[in-house]
Design a protein around this ligand. Structure first.
Ligand code: FEO
Length: 395
């Protein structure tokens, strides 16, 4: 595979073709853990890979240089998908300084025995000369962890952006324009929704910091390097950071004996209008990763569950708990569901929606056992109201 990002700047990461689970994130197209070698009068390695792939990383480095000659090991982020191999790499690079911010140093010390590591602590505005090129650093807290930062090479207008702008996308060609771009964009969106969404305000701050940089190339820690579509991914991040809504209504549900499913179908039928993307999502036929991705830019979300043991169906609770952690903002919600004799599962959904500060279209629509024609009519009406609100939200 061609690994050259720029002359004497090479990708030396790992392509994980077969991974399908990344701490519960479904990685349908695999993943990559990107590390980059910058060779100048001095040499720097930008990030590492997951611990099991340390030997492959070292083999990739040896293709260009003896690891013992590396001067700097930059750690932009201490999460183990990038820093897992650090102990092995530090051992193989005895003269290298570990370059990171102070929070990252502390985090690394909670994963590894760092007592003998030679740290060079940097922060926003710090720079390091490699010779003809500089590395400059910008702290980007919570994109994705508190210690995260990005590294910029002004002479190349190149940003090593860490998790930001990443995608779980295994590739045999390094650049965005060498891959099916809509697949790459879909994975970038999925990545944002499932990894970055809780930190929208921090993303906005990071984007502001990056806006001051002249950027031609974005080299993230996952997935392809952006060279032809930088403007597009930056624009998408601006929208995703505020969960900018599209005219989209989701009807997400789980059902025990088809009563809640009938209500869901009626809501989706009501929401089916010109210009509105009205989607019916059965939780059992989908997964957490896909649902979160759909939620990111949906204006309105109806969420339904049958009542089971005085609460919602188990997978409904799992999806809501996951979404609550991701904090999708600015949604208009509609709880609904069927029940027999106990407290309605729809009430639990309402509580989750309120905790996420979603606006509720109306009180929950509930049906004891099979929904009557009157209840189904109320579902269709509520679906139509959601569609109207979705169209309004995009004007
Ligand atoms: Fe790819 Fe937050 O690690």
């Amino acid at each position: 595979m061609e690994t050259t990002v720029r002359e004497n700047i090479d990708w030396v990461g790992h392509v994980d073709w077969t991974v399908r689970d990344f701490h519960s994130y479904t990685t349908a197209r695999g993943a990559t853990y990107n590390a980059y070698l910058v060779r100048d009068e001095k040499t720097a390695l930008i990030d590492t890979v997951k611990e099991p792939f340390a030997d492959g990383l070292l083999a990739g480095i040896r293709h260009f240089i003896d690891p013992a000659k590396i001067d700097y090991l930059v750690c932009n982020h201490a999460e183990p998908d990038h820093a897992g191999a650090f102990a092995a790499i530090v051992a193989a690079c005895p003269r290298a300084k570990v370059v990171c911010n102070d929070k990252c140093r502390k985090t690394l010390s909670l994963y590894f025995d760092t007592s003998k590591w030679d740290f060079e602590i940097v922060k926003t505005g710090s720079s390091l000369s490699l010779g003809k090129r500089q590395l400059t650093f910008v702290d980007t807290p919570f994109v994705h962890w508190p210690e995260s930062m990005v590294t910029y090479v002004p002479e190349e207008r190149l940003l090593f952006s860490m998790d930001a702008f990443g995608q779980h996308f295994a590739f045999s060609n390094l650049f965005d324009d060498q891959n099916p771009i809509e697949d790459v964009m879909a994975e970038a969106k999925r990545y944002y929704a499932n990894i970055v969404m809780p930190f929208g305000k921090k993303v906005a701050s990071a984007l502001e910091a990056c806006a001051a940089l002249d950027i031609d190339l974005i080299a993230p820690a996952h997935g392809v390097v952006w060279r032809s579509h930088c403007a597009r991914i930056l624009a998408e991040y601006n929208d995703w950071a505020v969960c900018k809504p599209k005219a989209k209504v989701l009807v997400i549900y789980d059902s025990m004996w088809d009563s809640t499913a009938r209500m869901a179908r009626a809501i989706q039928a009501g929401a089916t209008k010109n210009g509105v993307d009205a989607k019916l999502i059965s939780i059992r036929a989908s997964d957490l990763t896909e649902i979160a991705t759909e939620v990111l830019d949906a204006a309105c979300i109806a969420f339904g569950s049958s009542t089971l043991n005085r609460g919602p169906m188990p997978m409904v609770a799992a999806v809501l708990s996951y979404l609550q952690g991701l904090s999708p903002s600015g949604k208009i919600g509609l709880p609904f569901g069927s029940y027999g004799w106990g407290i309605s599962g729809a009430q639990a959904i309402q509580k989750y929606m309120e905790e996420m500060k979603w606006e509720l279209l109306r009180e929950p629509i509930k049906s004891q056992y099979r929904p009557s024609e009157e209840i189904l009519g109320a579902c269709r009406e509520a679906g139509a109201a959601l569609a109207d609100r979705a169209l309004e939200a995009t004007r």
